[in-house]
Design a protein around this ligand. Structure first.
Ligand SMILES: NC(=O)C1=CN([C@@H]2O[C@H](COP(=O)(O)OP(=O)(O)OC[C@H]3O[C@@H](n4cnc5c(N)ncnc54)[C@H](OP(=O)(O)O)[C@@H]3O)[C@@H](O)[C@H]2O)C=CC1
Ligand SMILES: O=C(O)[C@@H]1CCC=N1
Length: 277
């Protein structure tokens, strides 16, 4: 059986998974990636020696070429392009090719409707720390996906991070926390850097402090059994400086602001699903 994995549409997200899998030991010779632009294909081929990267502007049947003979194909274009891509590659699939989508908001029903009847489908929601093997990747099997096929994809994605299986109804909520979540952490780092500048620090130093602090806290959170509340309390001396900052965050409603943001992300996913029909 082929071990080949096709990344169809290899931008931020699919590249992060590809990078995580290569780092975890997947043979680059078993990877094929497609993009639109030749420049981007060259960049990927240079960055991940041994993979095949094919640009649509040079080879218009790149997606079908890549899908043909691959055991797993991972659809990684924007949500609005997923159904067209699925239809485009359909003639190149065998009944055993596992079609994985990383797209937000594209339902299993929408994927299955664009593929040959009976095609095994898995809807996933990954995040970009997959690049460092520290992603969170949800999997939700479609109607025709066997337990063995699901396990195969779970085993594969374990190389890129923590794999969780969730019912499809929970994907929008999960996406609002882990899919979009890295952006929230980077946003926090941006806000901390600006706050440092406001307090009189040089921009360069403020950015360095914010970046290294959020990254260092992330490493502590990544330790086995880490508890965010306990870690926060260990920094917060009674009647000290941190306590004053956290009390101010609470007074200003930061937790409910974060909840509102996450709710908006989940609502937007539902809205896109409806728009895609
Ligand atoms: N970014 C993230 O953190 C996350 C994204 N996702 C999902 O991942 C998907 C991709 O998002 P993201 O990676 O951010 O987007 P990008 O714009 O970074 O990547 C899209 C890629 O698809 C390529 N592409 C577009 N059309 C085609 C086509 N017809 N055939 C082949 N390649 C094509 C583009 O090529 P070119 O570069 O040449 O234009 C580009 O490399 C979305 O569906 C999104 O919902 C899910 C979780 C997290
Ligand atoms: O912003 C988006 O739509 C995608 C899905 C989750 C993260 N990025």
């Amino acid at each position: 059986m082929s071990n080949r994995i096709a990344f169809l549409g290899c931008g931020s997200m699919n590249e992060a998974i590809l990078g995580g899998l290569v780092e975890a030991g997947t043979n680059p010779a078993d990877i094929v990636a497609t993009v639109r632009r030749a420049e981007r294909a060259a960049e990927l081929a240079e960055r991940y020696h041994g993979i095949t990267a094919i640009a649509g502007e040079e080879e218009p049947d790149n997606n079908r070429q890549a899908a043909k003979g691959s055991a797993v194909v991972i659809l990684g274009v924007k949500p609005v392009g997923i159904a067209d891509l699925a239809r485009e590659i359909s003639p190149a699939l065998t009944p055993d090719t596992i079609v994985v989508s990383v797209a937000a908001a594209v339902s299993i029903a929408q994927l299955e409707a664009a593929l040959p009847a009976g095609q095994p489908v898995i809807r996933t929601m990954p995040n970009t720390p997959a690049k460092l093997g520290r992603g969170v990747i949800s999997v939700s099997p479609g109607t025709n996906c066997t337990p063995g096929q699901l396990q195969q994809v779970k085993d594969l994605f374990q190389g890129a991070g923590t794999v969780v299986e969730v019912p499809e109804e929970q994907v929008d909520a999960l996406s609002a926390i882990s899919g979009s979540g890295p952006a929230y952490a980077f946003y926090l780092a941006e806000a901390m850097a600006s706050a440092g500048e406001e307090l009189g620090l040089d921009r360069e130093l403020a950015v360095l402090l914010a970046r290294e602090t959020v990254a260092g806290a992330g490493f502590m959170l990544a330790e086995p059994g880490a508890d965010p509340s306990a870690l926060r309390k260990s920094v917060t001396s009674p009647n000290g400086t941190t306590e004053r900052a956290i009390a101010t965050f609470d007074e200003q409603g930061i937790p409910s602001i974060i909840a509102a943001g996450a709710r908006a992300a989940a609502d937007r996913a539902a809205e896109i699903t409806k728009q895609l029909g």
